[in-house]
Design a protein around this ligand. Sequence first.
Ligand SMILES: Cc1cc2nc3c(=O)[nH]c(=O)nc-3n(C[C@H](O)[C@H](O)[C@H](O)COP(=O)(O)O)c2cc1C
Length: 286
Amino acid sequence: MKKALIAYFSQGGTTRSVSEQILKGLNGEQFQVDLYDITEGPLFDINSYDLIGIGSPAYIFRPPFCVVEFIKSLPNLDGLPAFAFVMHGTIPGKTGNVIRNLLTIKGAKEIGYAKFKGADFWVGYLQRGYLFSPDNPNSNELEMANNFGREIAANFSDNNYIKPDMDSGPGIVYTIENLITKKFLTNYVYSYFFKADAQECNSCKICIEICPNNNIHLDKNGIPRWGRNCLFCLYCEMKCPKDAIKSPVDWLIMAPFMSYNIYQADKDPSIDQVKVVHSKGKTKRV
Ligand SMILES: Cc1cc2nc3c(=O)[nH]c(=O)nc-3n(C[C@H](O)[C@H](O)[C@H](O)COP(=O)(O)O)c2cc1C
């Protein structure tokens, strides 16, 4: 029996649920599959696998920094068959391209690529009352994910895979957003401006528990402080039950970008949405 590994990053759970369906599809084709959450750290036994898959959400039109770092941390893959899939709430931009290129640079042989929609818990949209792709992945997409697993198994054995074209890049405004949230700026500029209001914060540590990079600690007064290893996912701010956390996403300069993104997604009939109220760490549909 062939062995496959699906390495994924998933804060909201949608990438994980699609990974599970791909796993089932591959299982049905006689692959033994391990799921690997990349926040567990670098992978040491890649050589024991016949196939590797990378599952990643789009984070500001690219993969999250931790996904890029994970792929870079892999040894040379020396022709190992590989596939990638991307989750997106609105516009995935260059997320898939970056992952596919990195896998190629690592020496992997691409045998599958797919995109699926996933509920978009980006705090900048939630604060403005929008949840895009709220019920994704839906049952249809989960079935497509299962079929994708079967296709990968077929591509593994028959060598007839034709690489799909790269995705078209994000438009100019999205590219600017992408540029102003680069890793360097995130860690050496923005991360200094994450603040918890000492009056509101009750040191519940939820922000610490959910930070995928372990980038938050409590200071001697029990108030969260941020290190220099931020993903700019803003889950700390989004999940704070006291609304005590403020970050650069609340800066006025970000408002036109949020409005533009919402306007574009709002008028795109292929993107579902519901109106929500987001407060004290909870998102409620209205
Ligand atoms: C910080 C952040 C940035 C995001 N940026 C994008 C984006 O640029 N384009 C997009 O289509 N979706 C974006 N999304 C939505 C996610 O890609 C989508 O909801 C995905 O399903 C989340 O995966 P998960 O549930 O496994 O965490 C973003 C979400 C977050 C939290």
